[in-house]
Design a protein around this ligand. Structure first.
Ligand SMILES: [Zn+2]
Length: 256
């Protein structure tokens, strides 16, 4: 039972603090510019993201980095406070995902590809998918429901590294030309200094930014622009079928 909503609230729910920048941030930046309220949710605070700092110290640092990254596009940051490599589809995690989504009341949700390089990503996609329904169904958990919230549009982003786990590039059905926002994506990514520095030390080059550009260029080439983000829309029963991205971003969006 899809309900038409005039709400313009976008939420991305992804596993780790820097996943958004690679796969969704350009589209979020375009939506923010169009007046959308934007929320970035990570399932974990990235507590395994350091070879030197312990989990509490690196998590504290990475929460701050994510807040700073969100601020670049005026987005709000939330964390489900699950733990790296332990993102599990269980009662506690589902309740956390629904509670955050219920508080935000999104009309548009982005999450990971259903097939991705690690299970934190795939399980977070399941949590986000469950939260799309739980955000407006009264008996799923406590807390008020934001008035006017119904089933949101749901899009799956590209997998990390642009590959499924058989080494193939998955099909995208919705492309967003983010060429004008590649600088914004990089600025957001640079906020995650702890990860960038680690990769710089490891690879000797700015591997972080290179990967971001490489993924965007791959999708961009498929539609004849410099940089794009690719998505697949969830069109199962009850979900809105029309492409809200096309409606909002017009000529920047290609559907196939
Ligand atoms: Zn990740």
């Amino acid at each position: 039972m899809a309900r038409k909503s005039a709400r313009k609230v976008a939420m991305c729910m992804l596993a780790h603090p820097d996943d958004c920048e690679f796969q969704v941030a350009g589209t979020l930046a375009l939506l923010a510019k169009k007046g959308w309220e934007v929320h970035i949710v990570s399932a974990t605070p990235g507590d395994c993201g350091s070879m030197e700092l312990g989990p509490v110290a690196i998590a504290a640092k990475r929460r701050e980095e994510n807040v700073a990254s969100g601020k670049v596009i005026g987005a709000h940051y939330h964390c489900l406070e699950l733990r790296d490599l332990y993102v599990t589809f269980d009662h506690d995690a589902i309740r956390r995902a629904i509670s955050v989504a219920r508080h935000i009341g999104p009309s548009l949700v982005f999450t990971h590809s259903l097939q991705d390089y690690m299970l934190d990503h795939e399980v977070t996609a399941q949590l986000a998918r469950t939260a799309t329904i739980g955000s407006f169904v009264p008996n799923t958990c406590g807390g008020p429901i934001v008035p006017g919230v119904g089933m949101p549009h749901l899009y799956y982003a590209d997998p990390a590294g642009m590959l499924d786990y058989f080494g193939d590039r998955p099909v995208a059905t919705t492309y967003v030309d983010v060429s004008s926002k590649i600088g914004v994506k990089e600025k957001m990514l640079r906020c995650h200094a702890s990860q960038r520095e680690w990769l710089m030390a490891h690879y000797g080059i700015d591997e972080y930014t290179r990967l971001l550009r490489e993924g965007g260029a791959l999708r961009g080439a498929e539609i004849g622009v410099k940089f794009a983000e690719g998505f697949r829309q969830h069109k199962g029963q009850g979900y809105p079928k029309e492409c809200i991205l096309k409606q909002e971003l017009g000529g920047l969006v290609v559907n196939r």
